[in-house]
Design a protein around this ligand. Sequence first.
Ligand SMILES: CC(C)(COP(=O)(O)OP(=O)(O)OC[C@H]1O[C@@H](n2cnc3c(N)ncnc32)[C@H](O)[C@@H]1OP(=O)(O)O)[C@@H](O)C(=O)NCCC(=O)NCCS
Length: 170
Amino acid sequence: MAELGLRVIGTADVDAVQALIEADPGYTERITGYPPGAADAQSLLMMRPEGLAEEAKVVLGAFGGQGLVAVVDLLRGYPVDGTAFIGLLQIHAAQQGRGYGSTTYGLVEGYVESTWPEVRTMRLAVVDTNAEVAAGFWQRQGFEATGEARPYRYNKLESTARLYEKQLVE
Ligand SMILES: CC(C)(COP(=O)(O)OP(=O)(O)OC[C@H]1O[C@@H](n2cnc3c(N)ncnc32)[C@H](O)[C@@H]1OP(=O)(O)O)[C@@H](O)C(=O)NCCC(=O)NCCS
């Protein structure tokens, strides 16, 4: 497994992010009911929860020898101060199952600890339609289900989103 380097990505990387999203149409279908759309990378870079400041959202890319291996959508202080919310962690389809997910998550924790020192809790949601792919992975990274469940709706797709958290140790 090649080493990965993590950095903040922006509009200059939009084509690489779009290619990563399109390489795994199954993921987008499981959480939206549709295959990827042409503007998905653009949306990922721009979209953030209502009321959250622009600078509280960062999209990170993990790069290896072959280019972009992983993309991570991260929110600071969401939904509460002291919590960082992972909106997405996606490994390029050609590189899944090789340890890059764990490596990328480790780099993300390092980023949060060094850049957002007030953060004590990592939080994310797993949609039931994607649980087979994601829940075991997140548990392996030390996350536990909080027991909170929210109705999840994306156009025609109706499912349930279940919240997971991990406490960061000092
Ligand atoms: C989920 C995802 C990020 C995992 O990344 P990955 O690179 O394939 O995972 P890794 O190879 O790093 O696996 C890390 C560990 O998790 C385990 N794991 C991975 N997927 C698993 C699953 N579905 N069920 C149980 N365990 C799983 C691996 O066995 C490995 O365990 P180990 O540390 O004992 O060897 C990747 O499949 C992906 O990008 N999927 C599409 C997007 C997505 O669903 N993202 C999560 C929702 S935000």
